[in-house]
Design a protein. Sequence first.
Length: 337
Amino acid sequence: MSEDSKKKVENVIIVGGGPAGYTAALYTARANLEPLVFEGFQWGGQLQNTTDVENYPGYPEGIMGPEMMNQFRAQAERFGTRFVTDDVDRVELSSDGGVHKVFLGDEEHRAKSVILAMGAEPKRLGVPGEMELAGRGVSTCGVCDGAFFKGHRVLVIGGGDSAMEDSVFISKFADELTIVNRRDEFRASKIMYDRALAVDNIDTLTPFTPLEFLPGEDGKLAKVKLRHSETGEESEIEATGAFVAIGHVPRSEVVKDQVDVDEDGYIKVEPGSTRTNLPGVFAVGDVVDHTYRQAVTAAGTGCMGALDAERYLRDSPPPVEAHWFPGGEPAEIAPTA
Ligand code: NDP
C-alpha cells in the first residue's frame, strides 16, 4: 500500500460555511459521519454581511445575520463537526465513485463524498460608499431587507428580472421607488417589467450609472451620485434606501471544470435531489439555486444534501483507496490451506 493510500479518508467533506453548509454538517454529524467542513476564511457566507434577519422561521424577534450563523455553526459543532476556517484552493473530484480530494495549498484531504455549498455572491457596482453603507441604507437583497424601508425613498439599481422582482416587493413598503438602469432598454422579461411598471409608486430613470453612495449626518445613506451613461453629466438624487440588483455570481470556480454547471456557472443537480453528475458529489444552497436564494431554502437543501450523501455512503461500496489502517498495514493473513 502506498503512503498516499494510507491517509485518512473522510466520510464526507463539506465545502462552504453558510446556512446550506452548516445544515449539511449538522445532519451528517448527527448521522455519525463526522463531517469535515471547509467553511471559508470569511465563514458564515452572505449572512455575515446582513444585519437583522426577520424572515427565518423560529426567530420571532428576528436575529442578526452573523449571530444566526454562529448558532448554526455551534449546533453542527455540538455533534462533532470539525471546521477548517479557510478557503479551499483546489478540488479533485473523482468521476467514478473513487476518493475525492480537497486541497489547502499542498495539504490534501480525502473523502468518499463531498457536499458543495460554496454559495453565491451578489455582484457589486464597486463604487465608493457601496460597502461602507451596507446595512445602513444600501442592500443587495430586496426580500431580506425591503421591510426595513417603510416610508423611504428608494432606488433599485439594475434592469433585469431581479431588479423588477425586488422593486415590486420593496414598493409595498417604500413611499417612492425608482429603478435606475444604465441603458434605456431593460434586460428584464416583458412580463416582469410590465408588472413592476404597473405599480403606482414605481418609476424608472435611464440611462444612469451610480457613481457613489453618500451618507447623511446620521451616517446612513442620504444621496446617490449618478452619471448619465451617454452625456457623462453627473447629478445627485436623494434616497435613503438603495438596492443593488445587478445579478449574482455562483462561487463554483474550484469545481466548474469538473462537475456539470449551467451557462451562468450554477452547479446542475438532478431535479428533486442534490446529486450532481458525479457519484458521491452533491451540491446545495445558492451555488445551485438562482431562484430563491434565501437562508431558509439554502438550509433546506443543505439537509437534502446530507441525506443524499448518507444514503450514497450506505448504498455504495467504499472506494478501494478508502481502506485506511490507522496503525499501519494490517498483518498479512496466511492463506488457508
Ligand atoms: P441579469 O444579469 O439578468 O441582469 C442584471 C442587470 O444589471 C442588467 O440590467 C444589467 O445591465 C445590470 N448591470 C450589470 N452590471 C451592472 C453595473 N456594473 N452597473 C449597472 N448595471 C449593471 O441578472 P438578474 O439577477 O436580474 O437575473 C439573473 C437570472 O435570474 C435571469 O435569468 C433572470 O431571468 C432570472 N430571474 C428570474 C426571476 C423570476 O422569474 N422570478 C427573478 C429574478 C431573476 P445590462 O442589461 O446593461 O447588462
